[in-house]
Design a protein around this ligand. Structure first.
Ligand SMILES: [Zn+2]
Length: 338
């Protein structure tokens, strides 16, 4: 058996005031190249919490990955309290082919974010990557950020997802503050039963392990140029604000915007496939029964509509011209007031 490069957290944190980047190796592929998990770790000269971040659990989502790496480059570990721990591309295999899941290597490719905590005994290789992530990284976290985006198929308004305060006395208020560090126009209140990810998600994993957790959703690969840079900037500035909030750095307490809209979010499905025509754009409001988008067939006839189920706001939308049956035509927010 060959020796694989490990991630030895206990050894790394002995070296105060240092920064290290590298790979945890997982397995050799048939072509001789290595499956691996990239990581960055900055160990502060002073005591403090461990902030864990991951991006790219869906391989076609890059905004958070970029920010994790950029902030790492800027950190002065001599001025840092605690540990900055990042996995910019958790699903590196899927990233390398520009896809959501690692279909290049998994015979039965599963969505990593519906498969926590992974399984390195009976699971496939993506499940093994997850298990290694949980065992080597997640268990050290005091705070946990995970970054998603619209990837190849969706475009999302920046939205930060937190845990409903009155349902989670321990972390609710804290995760709300963490979410607001990202200066997004929407924050997504995650009531039990409203998450689409189920009990094998990171969110469920954080609940079980008592970690203060938020999820960021923003952008998508349809964005380019300045719009994409703006998504990178929001992720980057949000991480830095959050590090000030939890006292890892000595910057000012973040100032939260007043005009934030608190929503619960639902993923709406179309029934029929065809050409998708967006009617309501990101951030636009709709009344119950209004058409958010519609589908036409090869003869240009309208065959399906995506209808607002209640008064609300468009948080995300399908972007490629072609939509398959039962896709996510719209990510729709219900405004909550209390
Ligand atoms: Zn995602």
């Amino acid at each position: 058996m060959i020796e694989l490069a490990k991630f030895d957290y206990e050894e790394l944190i002995k070296h105060r005031g240092t920064k290290t980047k590298g790979f945890l190796e997982v397995a050799l592929k048939a072509d001789g190249s290595m499956m691996k998990i990239p990581y960055v770790i900055a160990v502060g000269a002073m005591d403090g919490p461990t902030l864990l971040m991951d991006g790219g659990i869906h391989g076609d989502e890059v905004e958070g990955a970029d920010a994790i790496a950029r902030v790492f480059k800027e950190i002065d570990p001599q001025k840092l309290k605690g540990v900055y721990l990042g996995v910019p591309h958790l699903n590196l295999e899927a990233y390398s082919i520009g896809k959501r899941v690692a279909s290049s290597i998994d015979y039965t490719a599963a969505d990593m974010n519906r498969n926590m905590p992974g399984d390195d005994v009976n699971g496939n290789i993506s499940s093994t990557v997850l298990a290694k992530y949980v065992k080597n990284f997640v268990r050290h976290a005091d705070y946990w950020l995970t970054f998603h985006s619209g990837g190849n198929k969706l475009m999302l308004s920046p939205v930060a997802c937190y845990t409903t305060p009155h349902l989670d006395k321990k972390f609710g208020d804290l995760t709300l503050k963490m979410a607001r560090c990202f200066d997004t126009p929407f924050i997504w209140r995650n009531d039990p039963g409203t998450t689409i990810d189920g009990d094998k998600s990171m969110r469920a994993m954080s609940d079980k392990n008592g970690i203060a957790y938020i999820c960021l959703e923003m952008g998508g690969n349809v964005m380019f140029g300045k719009d994409r840079e703006e998504m990178y900037r929001l992720c980057h500035d949000g991480i830095k604000n959050l590090m000030n909030l939890i006292k890892m750095t000595d910057g000012p307490e973040p100032v939260f915007r007043e005009d934030i809209i608190d929503v619960t979010v639902e993923y709406l499905h179309n029934t029929h496939g065809g050409k998708y025509h967006m009617v309501k754009y990101l951030g636009e409001t709709a009344e119950k029964g209004e058409v958010l988008g519609y589908v036409t067939d090869v003869f240009g006839e309208k065959i399906d509509e995506c209808i607002a189920p209640y008064d609300g706001i468009v948080v995300g939308t399908w972007t490629p011209p072609v939509i398959q049956p039962r896709e996510w035509c719209c990510i729709y927010g219900k405004i909550v007031q209390d």
